[in-house]
Design a protein around this ligand. Structure first.
Ligand code: PEP
Ligand code: MG
Length: 555
């Protein structure tokens, strides 16, 4: 048995086989083949798929960045039809009886080397294009084979790290738990694991060897331990613990239908955070009072192209209908930083967390923003919608947002489409700037929702993605708690309500402090709704000394 220690970021125990994520790195085997004609057909099919992908990239880029920047995709399509390139592939397949992947890889190397050695700078740059088109064809060649080899078994997913787009695209019905070499507690992958209620351990380091692939293992998300090829005794102990956890979950179910009220009668709303339609079942099963954060960007991350107004409308409508009149707060697109989407073609940035993201993208590319707002307002008549805007730093942004919102409403009305006039509009408080001007912002909106994940990183200057900084990241830092209290006071003074939708909202060690600050709503992973309700119901705020003392607000 091998025991590895990391950091548990989502509790629970999973027992099953380890499966390492296969990445796009293309490892090409040299295989002899019998039927060269069939192999050529595989190559031609992969090439056609590649050209179709490039065509849709081209069309999208023309719309967004203009003809001249889109040209590269047209060049790539033309390169795929280059007779010399195709002759070379054909020759290797037919005369050497070798597989298409290998033929493309060799051709790619030869042609790229040839271009790289040319005098002309323009021609030298074509070396990268050759590699690019060849990689695309190879990926498409491998795709069909990988699809065939998928199994129905559930696995413990292992990786160096996982990008949100990878996590979100996984077939969740086949995932038992997540284990990564790197990663950080507040990364979106950790958040997704908590939303899905799956155990997750990060920071296992280089000892998480690829050779463990396929081996039986236990993941204990509470202690951050994984046991590979566990001994019988350990398996039995972990199965006992698993049952005890299930039993506790059953007991918590007795709290369903009960109020979130302290022993001395203080009430607070408990909502849930979700990433997609598939999480709504968990929201209802755990009796959340509403949805405090729907991360709409996952709709975009799951998709290979911009989700249309109709697609978005259908999703928002279904959420609102399923929530049957309970509050549903949908956050507008919050991409950038770690949430990268290929088809947005965003530039690589030195400091992506401080970069072109969230509302900055929406205000720069209003066609994207308007499509989403149209879908949201059209869906508004199907339930109790609130719309929330991420990464706000200034009053001017709110004015600009309101301008776009009123244009969208007018357009819909002119088209005769029904909408709700009084949809609550709120903003995320996740930058120190927003906290500091929260008095001004509160006058303009209906509600605030504190995004403690980003507010922590921007206040403490600690990149939430950087695993090396875990030990420096004090999520109870008084600077952060003071910020939340400051924003709460300003919200209440100026007629707005305030919730917390960052991960700190579910930190039971802080529940009393949040109650003392008068926070109106806490929005947490669905599986935390009932433990939080239990905590609230056992709290007596009359015996709570003073908020300041516990908060370490005063030294
Ligand atoms: C936050 O920053 O706290 C938040 C809720 O948003 P996200 O984690 O999606 O950035
Ligand atoms: Mg955020």
């Amino acid at each position: 048995m091998v025991e590895l220690k990391g950091k548990g970021v989502s509790g629970g125990i999973a027992i099953g086989k380890l499966a390492f994520v296969k990445r796009d790195e293309i490892s090409v085997k040299r295989t002899r083949i019998e039927n060269t004609q069939k192999e050529m057909e595989r190559f031609e099919t992969a090439k056609e798929i590649s050209k179709e992908q490039l065509q849709s990239l081209y069309e999208k880029a023309v719309k967004e960045v203009g003809e001249s920047s889109a040209q590269i995709f047209a060049i790539h399509q033309a390169l795929m039809d280059d007779p010399d390139y195709n002759d070379s592939v054909d020759n290797i397949i037919h005369s050497q009886c070798l597989n298409a992947e290998y033929a493309v890889a060799v051709t790619s190397d030869n042609f790229a080397d040839m271009f790289a050695a040319m005098e002309d700078e323009y021609m030298r740059e074509r070396a990268a294009d050759i590699r690019d088109i060849s990689n695309r064809i190879m990926r498409n060649l491998q795709q069909s084979q990988e699809e065939q080899s998928q199994t129905e078994e559930k696995h413990i997913i292992c990786a160096d790290d996982l990008a949100p787009s990878e996590t979100v695209q996984m077939d969740k019905s086949k995932v038992l738990a997540f284990c990564t070499k790197f990663g950080s507690s507040n990364s979106h992958t950790a958040i997704l694991a908590r939303t899905m209620n799956l155990p997750a351990v990060i920071g296992l380091g280089e000892e998480l060897l690829a050779e463990y692939n396929g081996k039986e293992a236990i993941v204990d998300g509470s202690t951050g331990t994984i046991y590979i090829e566990p001994e019988q005794k350990m398996l039995e102990e972990m199965r006992r613990q698993q049952q005890a956890q299930e039993h506790r979950k059953e007991l918590l179910k007795e709290l369903k239908g009960k109020e979130n009220v302290t022993l001395n009668g203080q009430k607070i709303k408990v909502f849930a955070n979700v990433g997609g339609l598939s999480d709504i079942g968990q929201v209802l099963a755990n009796d959340a009072g509403g949805i405090g954060l729907f991360r709409s960007e996952f709709l975009y991350l799951e998709s290979s192209d911009y989700p249309s107004e109709e697609t978005q409308f259908s999703t928002y409508r279904q959420i609102l209908e399923k929530m049957a009149g309970k509050k549903v707060i949908i956050r507008t697109l919050d991409i950038g930083a770690d949430k990268q989407i290929d088809y947005f073609h965003l530039d690589k940035e030195e400091n992506p967390a401080l970069g072109f993201r969230a509302i900055r993208i929406c205000l720069t590319r209003p066609e994207i923003f308007k499509t989403q707002l149209r879908a949201l307002y059209r869906a508004s008549v199907y339930g109790n919608l609130g719309i929330m805007f991420p990464m706000i730093i200034s009053l001017e942004e709110i004015h600009k947002i309101k301008q776009v919102v009123s244009e969208v409403k007018e357009e819909l009305k002119a088209e005769g489409l029904p909408l709700k006039e009084d949809v609550e509009l709120g903003i995320m408080i996740e930058t120190p700037a927003a906290v500091m001007v929260s008095d001004m912002l509160a006058k303009e909106v209906d509600f605030f929702s504190v995004g403690t994940n980003d507010l922590t990183q921007y206040t403490l200057a600690i990149d939430r993605q950087n695993p090396k900084l875990e030990s420096f990241c004090d999520t109870h830092h008084p600077a952060l708690l003071r910020m939340i209290e400051f924003a709460a006071d300003n919200a209440h003074k100026h007629g707005a309500w305030i919730g917390i939708c960052g991960e700190l909202g579910g930190d039971l060690e802080l529940t009393e402090q949040f109650l003392a600050m008068g926070i109106d709503e806490l929005s947490v992973s669905p599986s935390l709704v009932l433990p939080l309700r239990e905590k609230i119901r056992s709290t007596d705020m009359t015996t709570y000394e003073t908020a300041e003392k516990k908060l370490r607000l005063n030294s």
